[in-house]
Design a protein around this ligand. Structure first.
Ligand code: CUA
Length: 327
């Protein structure tokens, strides 16, 4: 979509829902515009009739206007007209819902049921992303190939969250104990902002994620890269960092493939250094920022489940050196 500098263009470029980048988001956008136009026409008719009545009433001054009682024609018109409009809106809305809904198909495998390609689980306050086919696990980043319709299974580990990528798809709640489905699709490669759209506790605002849309070839490369277990560090700060990671309480919450760390309370860190952001978007993922995060996560994201371990400078350096090897 092209944007000039008219007020409409400014609004359109400010709100991502006006820049649909998938057939699903386009359909939602078109329905919104259609209902807006219908409402606009009704508003213009009603407001116009009021203005006409005002002007005519003033001309007639003190005279009583012509009185009419019991016009069948008028009564039928103002009942049938709105019914047609309401049925019209209901029909285009129903069509959209049927297009958008990712109905689950029966599947014998309960874990990756209903042939979902992607399982996204909301946690306070981060997103776990699991790929059915490859088994890759990521956090706060969804990588998909362009042009492909992906069936996503949405779950929650604690409270109700809501998965929303305005430019790509409808909103869908992640409800504890319930399986919800959504189609995720993007026409063009790019990066699309996603957010949790349901208040879920103190750090709801920092439960962001991004959808990275690749060309199919680049997506395959990304998957292949994430299937490789990073080699253990050979000596130096990084090895000291690994020892620290495995002896400190980090292992009680996190997984790093190829090590004894296999807990699933917090995000899987196997490919941490390949991610773009930390803490659901609260800080970039550079070595400097990672150190800031580890020094005191509570300072950046108060109330998050990662405590302040009061690590000293040397420990921080070792940990960062190790985590940076996890590409
Ligand atoms: Cu999760 Cu708001």
């Amino acid at each position: 979509m092209q944007f000039g500098s008219s007020p409409i263009s400014v609004v359109a470029s400010t709100f991502p829902v006006f820049q649909p980048a998938s057939p699903q988001a386009r359909a939602i956008h078109d329905l919104f515009i259609e209902v807006l136009v219908i409402s606009g026409v009704i508003f213009a008719i009603v407001a116009g009739l009021i203005v006409i009545a005002l002007v005519r009433g003033r001309k007639l001054a003190a005279q009583l206007p012509k009185q009419e009682f019991g016009s069948h024609k008028a009564e039928i018109a103002w009942m049938v007209g709105p019914v047609i409009v309401v049925l019209w809106i209901a029909a285009i809305t129903a069509k959209l819902i049927l297009t958008l809904n990712a109905f689950p198909k029966a599947h014998p495998d309960r874990e990756m049921q209903a042939d979902a390609q992607l399982l996204v689980t909301g946690h306070q306050w981060w997103w776990e992303v699991q790929y059915a086919e490859s088994g890759v696990i990521a956090a706060n980043e969804v990588h998909i190939p362009a042009g492909k319709k992906i069936r996503v299974l949405l779950r929650s580990d604690d409270v109700i969250h809501c998965f929303w990528v305005p430019r790509l798809a409808r909103k869908m709640d992640c409800v504890p104990g319930r399986d919800n489905y959504i189609w995720l699709q993007a026409s063009e490669p790019g990066v699309y902002q996603g957010r949790c759209a349901e208040y879920c506790g103190t750090q709801h605002a920092w439960m962001n994620f991004k959808v990275y849309v690749h060309t199919p070839a680049d997506f395959d490369k990304w998957v292949a890269g994430h299937l490789v277990v990073p080699p253990p560090p050979a000596g130096g700060l990084a090895e000291a960092g690994k020892d620290l990671f495995l002896t400190a309480t980090c292992v009680d919450c996190h997984t790093i493939q190829g090590t004894p760390a296999q807990a699933m309370i917090g995000p899987d860190l196997t490919h941490l250094a390949a991610r773009h952001e930390l803490g659901g978007g609260v800080i970039k993922n550079t070595p400097e920022d990672l150190k800031t995060w580890l020094r005191n996560p509570q300072a950046l994201k108060p109330g998050c489940k990662m405590p302040n371990f009061k690590l000293d400078d040397q420990q921080l350096q070792q940990l960062v050196a190790y985590l940076e090897t996890l590409r």
